[in-house]
Design a protein around this ligand. Sequence first.
Ligand code: GDP
Length: 369
Amino acid sequence: EQEAMNCSGCGITLQTEQSDLPGYVPPKALEQEQIICQRCFRIKNYNESSSVTVDQDEFLKLLSQIGNKNALVIHIVDLFDFQGSMISGLQRFVGNNPVILVVNKIDLLPKVTNWNKIKNWVQQQSKEEGLKTEEIVLVSAKKNQGFERLLETIATYRGDRDVYVVGATNVGKSTLVNRLIRDYSDLEQELTTSRYPGTTLDMVNIPLDDGRFIIDTPGIVYPWRFSELVSREDLGATMPENPLKPMVYQLNEGQTLFFGAMARFDFLQGDRQSFTCFLSPQVVIHRTKLERADSLYADHAGVMLTPPNQANLAKLPEWTRHEFSLKKGTRSDVFISGLGWIKINSDQGALIAVHVPRGVKVLSRPSLI
Ligand code: GDP
């Protein structure tokens, strides 16, 4: 008879099977007298948080506890996957608590970018998602940009509140939590985590010098993001690491672009015009005629059209087709969650179709840049 064991740090039920899920502990560590989960172990010993993940339902259970707490909520989204990483139901759960929207990975955009314009765009888009934010802060966890601003903003709104950090997977949440730990607590002192009162759900409380806590929540898995669908190998290829090098294509109607064998973009109707692709440079773009697209895919997917390679291609769902009629007088992006976006440069209108694996979120939006 195996008895469920709990982490003596955060209280989560321990498991030895999956290292990216809450409560993981390496089997060896079970022999210790006081057992703590790997996440608490890292915080305790290295002053560092690492990522664990949960699905949407689990996360909503976690969120619903924030509403009646005195909390400052830091909501992190990925600028590269804005509509895919946004927690759109957040408002219903956090009650009247203030939310700071942190937009990470701004290093991916060109150095000469009108950041005020980006901020306005973010404001507009988050409004459409029904999000109320106290403040929007643009940062790059990787390049260490925007943190001074963020810390000032947190100081402005924190008062005597605990700081809850929420975000989807891969948005840079652990990088940011680690930065907060360094800024807010005494590094000489060993950090400990603590149990979230009255629950076994996975939130890690990291005590701060002033008696308040940073609460690190698990990353939410959103199934509509390419990043959740592809293999680890292809994640490296689809998720850009360095500033994007936008690729411009002049297309006539009846032409198609393949983005590796990940997605396909058909220009169905409209005047000859240019399209700018914002994708990881490792995704090979291939231009062809619409009428040849199917046979090209059949012959070359996973070989000339990569990523993915043939083995990984077989693991992706079949493609579904999404059609967009872009109106005259508006400048739009066709956005593919986790893969990037295509900017339609003309405002003369166009009829577009996008093919992506079933389940991937695709939408048109006002141009980001
Ligand atoms: P978490 O899953 O939200 O905790 O995110 P991590 O901090 O583990 O980061 C996820 C991935 O995003 C890693 O591959 C990071 O290198 C990358 N990443 C994080 N922050 C940035 C950033 O500011 N810019 C870029 N380009 N990549 C980032």
